[in-house]
Design a protein around this ligand. Structure first.
Ligand code: 13P
Length: 249
């Protein structure tokens, strides 16, 4: 049985005071929530938010980390520093990292392995561009991102990996993949994982959908067999919109 996993990616939003206000509201309003929850504030708010959600049912996530443990890497943040702040999960391979900051699969794979090595969990984001979808390459793009992103990851560590399918054309655009389209890609992703890690690991794999998830469409998406949660951007910035998604249905 897979448990639903709803995560909020706050991206580059909020001062510490604003982040604290949201964290407090979520800790109070999700107290009776039944699913797995995570919030990923910007680095500068991790300590503040971490202190406020400590002991709650909300996990602390980071949005990225460096591919190296430490050293002369100006502007980067190490997984060791994240671990020190109580970070539980690192989001890696987000489309904004891939497309704006030109991160490739090899770099993302290095980060995945480093985060796993230090005992944290990973949300690995995959997803196709609009032109790739139109060229019927969505499945192939996701397959490559997963195979390369997970290269060298042992079966024993797969339990600490969540995949987030985020079609790039649906992120922040108000355009959501239909539940049917999303479910078809999720099913394909599960097959890709099954080929490499076996049926048991694939059946247990949590695959989140991301891209304009809102209170109005969350329940229909979550009702699909292969959609096990959501990675929420814009609607995660307010308790009024994140809580109904987190408590969908
Ligand atoms: P939106 O929910 O704003 O479309 O963002 C999705 C996303 O990128 C989450 O990581």
């Amino acid at each position: 049985m897979r448990n639903y996993y709803i995560a909020g990616n706050w991206k580059m939003h909020k001062t510490r005071a604003e982040a604290a206000e949201l964290a407090k509201a979520l800790a109070a309003q999700l107290k009776d929530g039944k699913h797995k929850y995570l919030v990923a504030p910007t680095f500068t708010s991790l300590e503040t938010v971490g202190a406020l959600i400590k002991g709650s049912n909300i996990l602390l996530g980071a949005q990225n980390c460096a591919p190296e443990e430490q050293g002369a890497h100006t502007g980067e943040v190490s997984v060791l520093q994240l671990k020190d702040l109580g970070v539980h999960t690192v989001i890696l391979g987000h489309s904004e990292r891939r497309h704006i900051y030109k991160e490739d699969d090899e770099l993302i794979n290095k980060k995945v392995k480093l985060v796993l090595k230090h005992g944290l969990e990973v949300i690995l984001c995959v997803g196709e561009l609009l032109e790739e979808r139109e060229a019927r390459k969505a499945e192939a793009v996701c397959e490559t991102q997963i195979v390369k992103g997970l290269a060298g990851v042992a079966a024993a560590d797969l339990g600490r990996i969540t995949i987030a399918y985020e079609p790039v054309w649906a992120i922040g655009t108000g355009k959501t993949a239909t539940p049917e389209d999303a479910d078809a890609i999720h099913a394909y992703i599960r097959k890709v994982v099954e080929k490499r890690y076996g049926a048991g690991a694939a059946a247990d794999l949590i695959i989140q959908y991301g891209g304009s998830v809102k209170p109005e469409n969350a329940a229909q998406l979550m009702a699909k067999e292969n959609i096990d949660g959501a990675l929420v951007g814009g609607a995660a910035l307010k308790a009024d919109t994140f809580v109904p998604i987190a408590k969908f249905g």
